[in-house]
Design a protein around this ligand. Structure first.
Ligand code: PLP
Length: 424
């Protein structure tokens, strides 16, 4: 088949708009008549900084990111951001406690402050994780690996009271938040398990006086697909390779109050005295922010693709992310409705109230046989050029990733196929 024939529902890297790829392939050969391709130009050139600047501005416009947030591009991937969020927000917690202790004991005797700080780390430092699927579980495991289990609190684990499986979001009244945690973490959309938070969790909402939990969210697989209340978060991060662009960059949107001059990360020697891990320099947000995302060599080609995707979104939807959200909901409804019409054949994995609009996970059964039915489903779908539908290897089943680049007609084709397969 040719590119024009297929609809690709893979979970990531994802399908990219063909017109963006056409522009990118030209840019790879010769960027704007410079005789040099975009991947060859220096990341320190004016041309590169303009590409970064425009991508940042377009992202801020599309998502209405307030001006007290900094956006940075990194190479860390989503997984690197699991570690970066721990290092940077624990560092900010340490800096706050350092200042508070200096004030409390009214001295500038650094060794007395460090003694008190060490005790406070041991008694009070906590990072909070809400585990709702495979990716938040991985982020939690990374925090345990870096800090040690004594500092990591599980606020809720969706597998409890659900036969050890993901597919629900535990009732917020049961969540066990730590007092003054360095942050509380959740994954807004669980790519493997098809679970998406229907809205910002009210248990984490800021109070009237503006204080409240320091909220971190992984939005790797649903960013740009729906409106988010950015100001409720201290940090939002995502890899580019689903809704934003090609594999190779990750984005962090960080509240500026976690950066200098408000907060300066603790020195390596202080962290050593406190028994806390020292971040690799390329995971330090303050270093990257200070250097306009160019502390080290950044893939400008990947930022260029992300920028073109954003420009296309802004051209297509005058109401920005709200326009895309309406389309994403329409496409997801088409597919879920087709599945619901044949309950004897299809079983949607997550509970209805937390179904993802981006990753639609389901099982197929015919004549009491799941394996055979799913193999047949995948084979016949592929023969109709509906590809990338195999579920994640850890959970099996079928997964239709309904990212922004899936056109409405693509979702219609899949819904029709789902109906016909059940009837056949
Ligand atoms: N978080 C989510 C929600 C993901 O879906 C993924 C990858 O699929 C990751 C994190 C990990 O991203 P990366 O492979 O860029 O490290």
């Amino acid at each position: 088949p040719t590119r024009a024939d297929i609809t690709y529902f893979g979970a990531g890297p994802a399908y990219l708009p063909t017109d963006v790829l056409e522009l990118a392939s030209q840019a790879l050969l010769d960027y704007n008549g410079t005789g040099l391709g975009i991947a060859e130009h220096s990341h320190r050139s004016e041309l590169a900084s303009n590409i970064i600047k425009e991508a940042k501005e377009d992202l801020a416009t599309y998502l209405d990111i307030p001006s007290d947030y900094e956006t940075i591009f990194m190479q860390a991937g989503g997984t690197g951001e699991f570690a970066a969020s721990v290092y940077n927000l624990v560092g900010a917690w340490v800096a706050r406690q350092h200042a508070a202790i200096a004030k409390e004991i009214g001295t500038d005797d650094e060794s007395a402050i460090v003694d008190a700080l060490r005790k406070r780390v041991e008694s009070d430092l906590k990072v909070d994780y809400i585990i709702t699927g495979s990716w938040s579980l991985k982020a939690y495991q990374e925090a345990v690996r870096l800090l040690g289990p004594e500092y990591v609190n599980i606020v809720a684990d969706a597998r409890k009271a659900n036969d050890g499986k993901f597919g629900k979001i535990p009732d917020q009244s049961t969540w066990k938040l730590s007092k003054d945690a360095a942050f509380v973490y959740f994954c807004d959309n669980e790519t493997v398990d098809g679970v998406e938070f229907p809205e910002f969790p009210s248990a984490l909402a800021p109070k009237e006086d503006g204080t409240g939990p320091i909220v971190v969210s992984d939005m790797s697989s649903n960013i740009l697909s729906r409106r988010i209340p950015v100001s409720n978060y201290s940090l939002i991060f995502f890899g580019a390779q689903k809704n934003l662009g090609s594999t190779g960059v990750a984005v962090a949107i960080l509240k500026k109050s976690f950066l200098p001059p408000s907060v300066t990360q603790p020195s390596p020697s202080l962290l050593r005295k406190l028994g806390l891990p020292i971040p690799p320099i390329i995971l330090q947000y303050e270093i990257i922010a200070k250097n306009n995302s160019l502390y080290n060599t950044l893939s400008i080609f990947d930022v260029y693709i992300a920028g073109q995707v954003l420009k296309k979104l802004l051209r297509t939807y005058t109401d920005k992310v709200d326009g895309q959200q309406a389309v994403a909901e329409k496409k997801a409804n088409l597919i879920y409705s087709a599945l619901e019409a044949h309950p004897e054949v299809y079983k949607i994995v997550p509970e209805k109230s937390v179904r993802s609009k981006m990753n639609i996970c389901f099982r197929v059964t015919k004549n009491g046989n799941v394996d055979e039915a799913e193999k047949a489903f995948l084979k016949e779908a592929t023969s109709q050029h509906l590809t990338g539908l195999k579920g994640h290897r850890s959970v099996g089943g079928i997964r239709a990733s309904n990212y922004n680049s899936i056109p409405l007609e693509g979702a219609e084709k899949l819904a029709k196929f789902i109906d016909e397969f059940a009837k056949a």
